[in-house]
Design a protein around this ligand. Structure first.
Ligand SMILES: NC(=O)c1ccc[n+]([C@@H]2O[C@H](COP(=O)([O-])OP(=O)(O)OC[C@H]3O[C@@H](n4cnc5c(N)ncnc54)[C@H](OP(=O)(O)O)[C@@H]3O)[C@@H](O)[C@H]2O)c1
Length: 324
């Protein structure tokens, strides 16, 4: 079966390899991977610019949806054919064998594309809205790159919680995508001046995926003492706030990384978080568009597509088990 192997030296430094399916031992499952997402973090991994840098050749891919293909001894609660998401990485593969406790079981009728995108971006949106400060119904948050998958999930989850969102994007097409996710207040920031015009009240919390001066413009939309959370590196520039906002208005600037959240959070809280996300997946509360799917054999074209701006949705790789 096929897998993508990379070295961390650039987007084109990866190759297709053959791997043998590994029979599950006690407590393990063998999965057939159906669809695997290409996220900005995967592109950073391929370029050697992510928060972790493997020393040797590695299999990229943080998230996927899979079917249970084989079940080891002493595993309860799974049947062959069950849909699951694997929680460890190295997902750009057609087969994976792992402990049963490292997968999340999904409803049989789960939307496969949305399920492939469940682990990273909806969780990031949900945890950032829940854990950084005490947001109540009626409070405001502001975010840039609001048409991204994280952004669209912030818009959707905030609406469910009665939280107002000011959505900042960089084009008319992106504004339409944010509105399609339910955004009520959308502003286009062309990056040309220091202030983002809006009648919306100042926000308690801001989510920054871009960095550089975009963070500063976002900070200006945050109330005194509020928090700006940098969680993405899309511009490649360090986030910055104005001295005025930091000194005289007491803004806080902090980071968020889901990988750290996994490491610092009790397993029961992680399990409950994904239980809620799975429920929201079934209800259609969370989600983001898919722009294209590519067979894993066409991974090079898929990576090129994923690296394009204004692609309008996620790019997924698919394995042999993907329904045609
Ligand atoms: N910290 C964490 O734990 C965590 C978890 C998940 C995701 N992330 C990060 O969150 C960000 C969004 O990820 P995603 O998967 O939601 O994105 P996505 O759906 O793949 O969409 C990419 C988004 O980035 C925008 N964009 C790209 N380059 C930009 C630039 N230079 N300036 C402004 N906007 C730019 C795109 O806008 P256009 O459509 O206009 O091109 C689009 O909205 C990424 O940086 C990702 O690494 C972080």
């Amino acid at each position: 079966m096929r897998a993508v192997q990379a070295n961390g030296n650039g987007l084109t430094d990866a190759k297709l390899i053959e791997i043998e399916p590994k029979s599950p031992e006690a407590g393990q499952l063998r999965l057939d991977l159906l669809a695997m997402t290409i996220n900005p973090a995967d592109l950073l991994m391929l370029e050697g610019k992510y928060g972790v840098k493997p020393r040797n050749a590695f299999i990229p891919g943080a998230e996927a949806v899979a079917r249970v293909a084989e079940i080891g001894a002493n595993v309860e609660g799974f049947d062959v054919g069950d849909l699951v998401i694997p929680m460890p990485g190295s997902c750009w593969v057609e087969t994976m064998t792992l402990p049963a406790k490292q997968v999340i079981k999904l409803p049989k009728d789960a939307d496969l594309e949305q399920a492939a995108m469940l682990k990273a971006n909806p969780a990031t949106a949900s945890v950032m809205l829940r854990d950084i400060c005490d947001l109540k119904s009626g409070d405001w948050v502001v975010l840039n790159a609001a048409n991204s998958a994280v952004g669209q999930n912030v818009i959707r989850i905030a609406a469910k919680r009665g939280i107002n969102v000011l959505s900042i994007v960089r084009s008319d097409a992106a504004a339409a995508q944010a509105r399609a996710a339910g955004a009520m207040h959308v502003v286009i920031d062309d990056g040309s001046n220091a202030s983002i015009p809006s009648d919306a009240p100042l926000a308690k919390l801001a989510f920054d995926a871009i960095g550089g001066t975009a963070t500063e413009r976002l900070g200006a939309r945050v109330e005194d003492g509020g928090t700006v959370v940098t969680y993405g590196l899309l511009s490649g520039q360090a986030p910055r706030l104005s001295s005025h906002d930091l000194v005289f208005r007491g803004l806080f600037l902090r980071g968020f990384w889901l990988a750290s959240w996994f490491g610092q959070t009790h397993p029961k809280v992680i399990s409950d978080t994904y239980g809620e996300l799975t429920k929201w997946l079934s209800e259609g509360t969370i989600g983001a568009p898919v722009a294209a799917t590519y067979d894993i054999g066409d991974f090079e074209t898929a990576i090129q597509h994923a690296a394009k701006e204004e692609r309008g949705g996620k790019i997924l790789l698919t394995g042999s088990g993907w329904p045609k």
